[in-house]
Design a protein. Sequence first.
Length: 276
Amino acid sequence: MLSFVDYHTEMFDTVLDYEKKAISREFFALLACAGDGVVDAIRALRKSDTDTPPCVLVGNEAHSNVDFGQIADAFIGCMRADAKYPLVSTMLNRAELDVAKRARGKGGTPNVELFRSLVGESRSVKNVRLMIEQVAPTEATVLVTGESGTGKEVVARNIHYHSARRDKPFVPINCGAIPGDLLESELFGHEKGAFTGAITARQGRFELAEGGTIFLDEIGDMPLAMQVKLLRVLQERAFERVGSNKTIETNVRIVAATHRNLEEFIKKGDFREDLY
């Protein structure tokens, strides 16, 4: 998957093999471990390269008792489709932060060519690249359409990293994977006591994306009630956390994506025409 988005990849069976090979450190480490050995493996990797916080991939329930708090800065991803921390997003977010951090440490800015290169020389791919080049420097809200698995998030990340917001966060959220009654809190955050289980105040994705880009994946699955709230953010650039009357101004760029036919959804009353 990383090769598809133009990252060089190498595989090592053990941390010792990784240490023996003289290779560039301009990358992030990726581990897939079984059982409690994941913590020991990460600690060993940290000793070999303290500037490379590891990205950990797990594929089953064997890690349910692992205390990942022992390994600060580790990024946790999962290969299960229903995972809280999806594999693809975890790896890409980790890679982006690593390259950006190294570039800033050298007094530079991230080389956007390192990010999300679209592979292929077909006319369709060239047209996509051209559209990205045209829209990325603007502040326009963007809707990316296409079937599932066609790389809509790849396009969204390219737009972000070829924009003036590239040094700010890129925050993705799958609107179709979160129950409607929880989506407002995920997007806008909530105050302590706003609802049962809200034991502390929490920032939403819009606050986390401040200055950068928020990627609203599967926006076609967003409930109508939330579409109204999103429309207000687009129009007024402001929102309130759940359980609060305090208005928070926001400076984010919105890139959305869907595999739905939104024009058909509008006709059926499932999507707001003014939001489209």
